[in-house]
Write a protein that binds this ligand. Structure first.
Ligand code: FPP
Length: 232
């Protein structure tokens, strides 16, 4: 790992679980199961490196259109993972926060999510934002509605940001998408306005320490200008 500024906030679209499973002759579900292990590894590594915010896309508002069996499997996997990993998260000082529309999720899952947020609320290590039933366009529309309800018609960018699920996180510095697709899939569209984008063909279950370091080194080699002229 080179020395240089690391991103404060990394976001990841965890893609390629299904194709990884297929490439191994396994059912798609196995890809999701291994995907959980990858998330655990990546969270630990980011925490060790001192990255303060990690936001991951676990389930989008569009993912409900997957076969019912897969949706059920994923919801069950989330529930089991959040229950099982709570102690480990606390031990590693990981603060978990869920972003997205939780009303659309089952009451039992909502309860476990709320408990995990509460049980890790004192943790001062990495902030792990888990996007579940999340859609960025919806987030922006809901925030605009909320600002209007306050009677503010002439509102600013920060007025709107206050109502985002991510209001406690800084803007994203680096967005990583494994799995070979080069699209944003309605993820954090506002928050990535000045993020560096990193795409790799590696499927999420295969995403290893080396791949994270590669993405971080790539980030370090870029010159971020935020709309200004470089080299000043
Ligand atoms: C993408 O693979 C992944 C998902 C739809 C989300 C599931 C993510 C996990 C299980 C990782 C762990 C998450 C948590 C919060 C515990 P895909 O099915 O879209 O793959 P494909 O594009 O190859 O079909």
């Amino acid at each position: 790992m080179k020395t240089g500024t690391l991103p404060l906030h990394v976001a990841i679209i965890m893609d390629g679980n299904g194709r990884w499973a297929k490439s191994q002759g396994l059912p798609r579900e196995e890809g999701h199961r291994v995907g959980v292990e990858t998330l655990k590894k990546v969270t630990r590594l980011c925490g060790e490196l001192g990255i303060k915010y990690l936001t991951v896309y676990a389930f989008s508002t569009e993912n409900w259109m997957r076969p019912r069996r897969e949706v059920n499997f994923l919801m069950d996997l989330f529930q089991r993972t959040f229950e099982k990993e709570a102690d480990e998260l606390i031990k590693n000082r990981v603060r978990a926060l869920f972003i997205g529309d939780r009303v659309g999720l089952s009451p039992s899952l909502q309860k476990i999510m709320a408990r995990l947020e509460k049980d890790t609320s004192h943790c001062d290590g990495i902030n792990l934002n888990i996007a579940l039933n999340y859609g960025s366009k919806q987030e922006i529309v809901e925030a605009a509605r909320a600002v209007c309800l306050e009677g503010k018609e002439d509102f600013s960018e920060s007025d709107l940001e206050e109502f985002f699920y991510t209001s406690d996180s800084p803007p994203v510095d680096l967005l990583i998408r494994p799995g070979g697709e080069m699209r944003l899939s309605n993820f954090l569209l506002w928050q990535i306005a000045y993020a560096e984008l990193y795409f790799t063909d590696v499927y999420w279950p295969d995403f290893a320490e080396y791949d994270l370091y590669k993405a971080l080194e790539d980030f370090q080699s870029r010159q971020r200008r935020f709309g200004r002229v470089g080299g000043e």
